[in-house]
Design a protein around this ligand. Structure first.
Ligand SMILES: O=C[C@H](O)[C@H](O)COP(=O)(O)O
Ligand SMILES: C=C(OP(=O)(O)O)C(=O)O
Length: 285
């Protein structure tokens, strides 16, 4: 892809490693598991997830600015949610990832969280991408709802060409004709992105499937296919989630899913760093 001057793979062996903090990185031998709710709802919700999933997840997710289809749907807790994320992160030591929807949100979020997510709906918001190029925080760039692989790669090129090399790509399913699943997980894209770019690639099986019973299989397939990590939605009371309830895993289900990845990671020469010992959700499973 000739215009992908910075993110394209000129040397076949080149692989970028993006650091989340002093201890954690994405794109090396270790698989990174990010877990958490679609939406931050309360301090207790986030603290429970962090405590119960010790030994299963290495980072927390949770939206405080939510890109909802309906303007009448819950739009996120905003700044109160950022404070909740920051407190849970400080107490648990887990880094946090959250979505940034607008340029004016960048500064506050960048001061409080470890990674800024660009959601599917904003993948080609070029002014937002340029602004994120000037930030000293890693960016998780999700594939647009119907973006081609080239469009996805060029969106990453916007961020990197504006000064921020720390971009992680996320395949989260694309639109197709069948609505049994929310989207169609494009594992071919994971492989293609690994061939075409040196950036780490993770998979979001939750938004791809939209149905919790399919998330385990898609997660295992993603790791077998070479993904560098997963971002998965889970909730202490999945059916009560204020958004995306059908795709939220319970905490025991999340812990079990992570355990099921271990042999697959080993088979593809990767490593799942966390130990299940002392994992409360796993004991409850
Ligand atoms: O809440 C967030 C959902 O993951 C997604 O962004 C939008 O979903 P919706 O169509 O239910 O608003
Ligand atoms: C809204 C989200 O995902 P996507 O942008 O992939 O739809 C999300 O991860 O909260």
């Amino acid at each position: 892809m000739k215009n992908a001057k910075l993110v394209g793979k000129s040397d076949l062996n080149k692989k970028s490693v993006v650091r989340l903090n002093e201890r954690l990185s994405i794109g090396d031998r270790d698989i990174l598991i990010i877990g958490g709710p679609c939406t931050v709802e309360s301090q207790a919700q986030m603290d429970t997830i962090a405590q119960q999933l010790t030994g299963s997840i290495q980072a927390l997710r949770g939206g405080v600015y939510k890109p909802r289809t309906s303007p009448y749907a819950f739009q996120g807790m905003g700044t109160n949610g950022i404070e909740i994320l920051a407190r849970t992160s400080r107490a648990s030591g887990l880094p946090v990832v959250t979505e940034v929807m607008a340029i004016q949100q960048i500064e506050t979020l960048a001061n409080q969280v470890d990674m800024l997510q660009v959601g599917s709906r904003n993948m080609q918001n070029f002014d937002l991408l340029k602004a994120l190029g000037e930030v000293d925080k890693p960016v998780l760039l999700k594939r647009g709802l119907a973006a081609t692989i080239e469009e996805f790669i060029m969106a990453a090129e916007y961020i990197v060409s504006h000064g921020n090399p720390n971009v992680v790509l996320c395949e989260r399913g694309i639109r197709s004709f069948d609505n049994y699943t929310r989207n169609v997980l494009d594992l071919g894209a994971v492989s293609a992105l690994k061939h075409l770019t040196h950036l780490p690639v993770i998979v979001d099986p939750s938004h791809a499937a939209g149905r919790r019973e399919l998330i385990g299989d898609l997660s295992r397939a993603a790791i077998a296919c070479g993904a560098d990590g997963l971002i998965i939605e889970c909730h202490p009371e999945p059916d009560q989630s204020v958004s995306d309830a059908q795709q939220a895993l319970s905490l025991p289900a999340m812990a079990q899913l992570v355990e099921s990845l271990r042999p697959i990671a080993t088979a593809v020469g990767r490593h799942l760093p966390l130990s299940p010992v002392q994992n409360p959700a796993l004991m409850a499973a």
